[in-house]
Design a protein around this ligand. Sequence first.
Ligand code: UD1
Ligand code: MG
Length: 457
Amino acid sequence: MDHIMLPITCIVLAAGKGTRMRSGLPKVMHRIAGRPLVGHVLASVAAAGATQAALVVGPEMDDVAVEAGLAGVPCRVAVQCDRLGTAHAASIGLSALSDGQGTVIVLFGDTPLVRAKTINELAMSIREGAKLVVLGFEAIDPAGYGRILQGSDGRVLAIREDKDASPEEKQISLCNSGVMAFDSDALRTLLPQIGTNNAKGEYYLTDAVGLAVSLGWSVEAKICAEEEVLGINNRVELSRAEAILQARLREAAMIAGATLVAPETVFFSTDTKLGQDVLVEPHVVFGPGVTVRDRAVIHSFSHIEGAVVGEGAAIGPFARLRPGTDLGEKARVGNFVEIKNSRVAQGAKINHLTYVGDTRIGAGSNIGAGTITCNYDGFDKFTTEIGAGVFIGSNSALVAPVSIGDGAYVGTGSVITEDVPANALALGRGRQVSKLGWATAFRDKKKSAKTAKPAAK
Ligand code: UD1
Ligand code: MG
């Protein structure tokens, strides 16, 4: 087989509890940019073109295991019942894979910012003949990390875990990121030789380096920026990773042709899709599952998730689009409007202070200020159908299930409980009464009562 074609297998270790998160959730299920940490690692693994993967989880981590199914690469789940160390976890992952030939890359589920390109570079070194490649970085503060020990000629000799390092070794700033690439046969040879003779009494995967060197094998270190291999152990680090990832996503959105007026105030999910010439004003949040088509404008302070904003549409300021919202071309959604699970056709307008839920609105309809679709009776949800070219007067309540025919008008302040035929005017409100001269008579009566009484103190 041509060595360039050797497949890449990845093993993602995620069995740790992550006690420093102080959380009921496994550490790797905490999210950045809307996706769990482990999901980011698996996405990079898939983007790197890995042919298969194994995800090593702890017992009772069913939610973590679900991520394997979303990985975009065939991914086996392996359970590590006793957390005996990273080498032990790696061997459990390896044995879950029927045939891990070629390159095997071990990654940590709590190191979410690793790029696909970096994974590929490690695999390339293995293809070019290295038995083992360690991804290292220069740490600003190396405390806690395993240090990469090098000979005077710069060759990698071993990794020393922080707890086992001598005072001199602790001075070394070149650290192990945790990402390691192996020739698969070399990994199978090395794993059974790793012992537990260290401060924590664990099977350290990092011991593979010293063992490989003692066998005379070539071990390399690739260096990347510290921010790419930030490991997350607590919520401060989680927020740092979020910041780094948001910076990447903002830059990618702008390079792809969207204008972000104040990029540092816009928050994306990993799957946010912005078309060309989209304009995003300051302070906008994109939750998961948003597509914004070409030339749409997102005004300030809008919050969008699970929604499509059509070509040339405009929303906000202060619009809230919830999951299932689908805005057609040139639709307009204004301030303090909330829309959920609704389709709004081309050119329809919902400009002020409105709730639209479980509704279909036809093209060119105008929904007046303060309209409420009453879609819920405390038990079930009901749908509202609004045709094309409909005009709903302000402050109307449309009590679902109900339909408003094409071209109909609903009078302001109506409570609509029955279907409205096309082109009809529906009024569902008290009839106005004007009593002529009533106000004058009322004022005169009040004034004369006041002059009759002694002034209050
Ligand atoms: C590890 C590395 C260290 C490196 C650092 C980078 C080892 C021995 N040390 O240390 O050299 O500088 O990461 O962040 O590898 N895990 C399991 N099963 C286990 C133990 C761990 O799945 O039995 C998983 C954890 O969920 C985590 C990863 O392996 O995703 C790393 O474990 P952790 O305990 O965080 O290792 P560190 O002490 O940070
Ligand atoms: Mg760690």
